[in-house]
Design a protein. Sequence first.
Length: 600
Amino acid sequence: MHEHRIYDVVVVGGGAAGLSGALTLGRSRRSVLVIDGGAPRNAPAGGVHNYLTSEGVAPADLYATGRAEVAGYGVEVVDGTVTKVHRAEGHERTRFEVELAGGELVRARRLLVTTGLVDELPAIPGLAERWGRDVLHCPYCHGWEVRDQAVGVLATGPMTTHQALLFRQLTDDVVVFTHTGPPLAPEQAEQLAARGVRVVEGEVTGLEVTDDRLTGVRLRSGDLVTRQALVVGPRFAARADLLAGLGLTTSEFVVGGHVFGDHVAADASGATAVPGVWVAGNVTDPQATVIAAAAAGMKAGAALNADLIAEETDRAVTALRAGTGAATETKTGADGVDAETARHWDELYQRRERIWSGRANPHLVDVVDPLPAGTALDLGCGEGADAIWLAGRGWRVTAVDVSTTALDRAAAEAAEAGVADRIDFQRHDLTRTFPEGVFDLVSAQFLQSPLEFPRAEVLRAAARAVAPGGPAADRRARRGPAVVPTGPPGRALPHPGGDAGGTRPGPGRMVDRAVGRPPACGHRPGGAAGDPGRPPGAGPPPLTALRPPARVPWRPGTAGRCAGTRRGTRPGRRGRAAGRPRPAPRRAGATGRRRGHGPA
């Protein structure tokens, strides 16, 4: 669960309806969080019945299987209790904020409420303890299991005769206890007599249980009527208090002119009177069996997806008409993040409890350690090793990543290290959005992706984010670099006005050939042989950009000039610092580099 994330849909309740709705939404590539209180209505039952392909499965097993299935589509499931839901304030595309009992707060564009109901039973000692075992209410859920047994029906409402006749189909031995129910109409009494159903007068005061099995029903008169199962009609109470903050209340659940409890009213798709809120399962249909609740959840999930598509399409049309160029948002979440990209990196981090080694990248340390603290931008911060190291040395850091899993872990590590107040963790898909501001240091240690990624464009944006002026960046080189590639030689951060290949460096550029080493082990997911910190085929090496010194102002038109050298003078010949390695030979097939500017 990610508190800073805006989910497409938060599902409250992880039973058959909730998980089915989540599955439908997950398969539609929606970001979904299911919050489950762990108290399903049918928890006491030995098995779920009339559920095709899952006949007789234990409720806990059904839900465990459901959780595993939805997880396969990127749906998050957490255990917790939702205490309140209210409209979000100040969030353009967020409608709801969901509060949990532990104080957590999550945001959602839509809600699917599948909290079910509570069966309110008659106040008879021992009745609740037998509920779902040999105290029953539904012949389709439990009838086969009590076939040919001695069954009693407790009269508490107008459906007594209906229940008795349903169970008479399953056994010849049915007794109706009049208890506190309304008197039987002559027609009802005749129907029961015709089917051989006996009627016993008197109030029921208790149950007789032997060896954890119901054996009889005790009357106020003291008489004991031998029975093996007792059918009860409960009052249905919808679990809907959490919706009060939205102004959504329950209404009476009426069948045949009789009130049997309450529910949250909704249309056929599950949409309620509050825009953006859907319901499914027993919270809206108390009569739904498990398979019917699952079907309703699927239907609600499809309706929610269609509603989100309509909203996104309207927004895209508005953008197109305004000429913004943002005409499509098919797979982009409300926070400007491509769903496929986010899923890829979250799944990568979730494969292990922790990816990073706990150490900052040695290339960054080598370049930055002698510098005075300033402001830093860490692009692709992962689990925060570099950002935390920088903050620990007094830097104010903006740390950016697309993975909510990585950002959550990074924030937790920063808090534990006592530097959370110096790091601003932000979620960005750099193909779509870029952090605002300028910085003394821009670090891109792992700016690569196996997915389609406009790296050159992002690096130009990174170069533009480097603040002009300031103290010397590297005390080992008096000319002071504006751009320092900290990976193997031959890569340069592109100047804002440079070409797509990144071969035209900015002023004061210095290539630090002394730090061409592989990244720190375990700093990021993946890793090829000999380079355990980078995924296979990860592409170009890490880069660090630093502000140029005050005496070398950043001037457009100086691209291709090295600070302190004549135009066309190759570093390493005239003006090369003593003791520095010679440039590497030009690589075969290298293109776009002009002789005399940077490494060959």
